[in-house]
Write a protein that binds this ligand. Structure first.
Ligand code: ACO
Length: 378
């Protein structure tokens, strides 16, 4: 076997063959199953896009109705899961609550039947349906309230906002939230998707696959950056402070949250769409003073780091959108997970179709033939 050159972070190393999504990082193009993200954001819905990703083709009207109905039917969570979540500490991070709750689903549906398309479909439906309910339930319970039941007359996005805020959302907010889910649902071989595929390759259950991916998504270098962006804008406080703030980060070789991407060397196309969505929300529900700071950040960082291909990524404007919808900052990454679960499931299904367990190698750089030192001589 030829030994390849070691690439930290596996940069540029293909980990799978996949037909789910495609990114051209130089041109700023993102496609799901060959369809441009801009077109899906304009014309599709989250559930239709999830279907496209998992089953490979856009559903017919009948297929979509059946899928939407199945998801609607599975939105409730078992009372034992709800009671388990009640015991979680209110101070715990909602991503940790989500990871634990997703893993707990495996306790209830532990049968593995990975060659059976009905099992695959049921597991996918159950995860897509229950993850939003678990995120909203934890939010209400950590405030000392009982979770609210999903409402069957509301669509996927509207129902989540309803479960979170205990009131029916404005239709524009619900529509924009649905578009946000489309924008976050899938993105080639990123860290959490890789994590999902590695876990899937052991032929464990899909709940473990999703739980491992949720754990990976939470880190600040990945999905957790959206939360940190708002904290950063808060810290900066005013447009005048942007330049000294950025200079200070650069002097200390610190990363500027919401900027840079392993693949994109131009502005992330999702950031462009999210920025437009934020502006639509500001128009209807009032301006957000952080937007001025964000615009100045984009200008300054692009000027200073554009030469290295560092521009806003998906996490830069998403927080401003969610903030305007009244979503608490530490729920931004769980909201990302609500969307991304469908992408992970598409990769789970694809991995199973041609599975080989992931077992990379390493370059050992430690010592050999060392004698054991008795404890009293160390
Ligand atoms: N701020 C300042 N400098 C940066 C940034 C940034 N956000 N991103 C990259 N750079 C610089 C690095 O310092 C490095 O410079 P050097 O070559 O002079 O040393 C160069 O660009 C390459 O950076 P790497 O860290 O090697 O890039 P990598 O591809 O490993 O990391 C990552 C990509 C993790 C996204 C990085 O850009 C980053 O940390 N960004 C901030 C966190 C963030 O927004 N994450 C969300 C990404 S989107 C998502 O996961 C959903």
């Amino acid at each position: 076997m030829t030994v390849c050159e070691y690439k930290p972070g596996l940069e540029g190393i293909p980990a799978a063959q996949s037909s789910i999504s495609y990114v051209d990082g130089q041109k700023g193009i993102l496609e799901y199953r060959g369809i441009r993200i801009e077109e899906l954001a304009e014309k599709s819905t989250f559930l239709e896009t999830a279907y496209l990703l998992i089953w490979g083709e856009l559903p017919t009207e009948e297929e979509l109705k059946a899928f939407e109905h199945e998801v609607l039917f599975h939105r409730r969570i078992k009372y034992r899961i709800r009671d388990m979540m009640k015991c979680f500490p209110e101070s715990g991070h909602p991503m940790d609550a989500l990871q634990s709750s997703a893993a707990a689903l495996g306790l209830f549906f532990s049968r593995r039947d990975l060659h059976n398309p009905v099992y695959i479909r049921n597991a996918a439906v159950r995860l897509i349906a229950t993850i939003p309910t678990m995120v909203a339930a934890f939010q209400l319970m950590r405030e000392g309230n009982d979770p609210v039941k999903p409402r069957d007359d509301l669509g996927y996005a509207a129902n989540f906002l309803y479960m979170l805020n205990e009131k029916e959302p404005d239709p524009l907010a619900a529509k924009i939230f649905d578009i946000c889910l489309i924008l976050h649902v899938e993105h080639t071989m990123n860290a959490s998707t890789f994590s999902a595929r590695v876990t899937a390759s052991t032929l464990t259950d899909p709940y473990a696959v999703v739980a491992s991916a949720v754990g990976t998504l939470g880190g600040p270098l990945h999905g957790g950056a959206n939360e940190e962006v708002i904290q950063m804008l808060e810290e900066i406080g005013s447009v005048e402070n942007v330049v000294p703030y950025v200079d200070n980060l650069l002097k200390n070789k610190a990363k500027i949250m919401g900027f840079g991407h392993r693949v994109y060397k131009v502005k992330d196309p999702r950031a462009t769409i999210l920025q437009g969505l934020a502006e639509q929300l500001f128009e209807k529900f009032g301006y957000d003073e952080y937007y001025e700071i964000a615009l100045e950040m984009e200008r300054v960082v692009s000027e200073k780091l554009g030469g290295k291909g560092i521009y806003p990524n998906v996490d830069f404007y998403s927080g401003l959108v969610y903030r305007k919808m009244g979503i608490p900052t530490d729920l931004f990454t769980p909201v990302f997970a609500i969307a991304r679960v469908a992408g992970w499931l598409a990769h789970w299904k694809e991995q199973l179709a041609e599975n080989r367990i992931f077992r990379p190698t390493q370059i050992y750089n430690g010592r050999h033939e060392i004698a054991y030192t008795p404890i009293d001589q160390r």
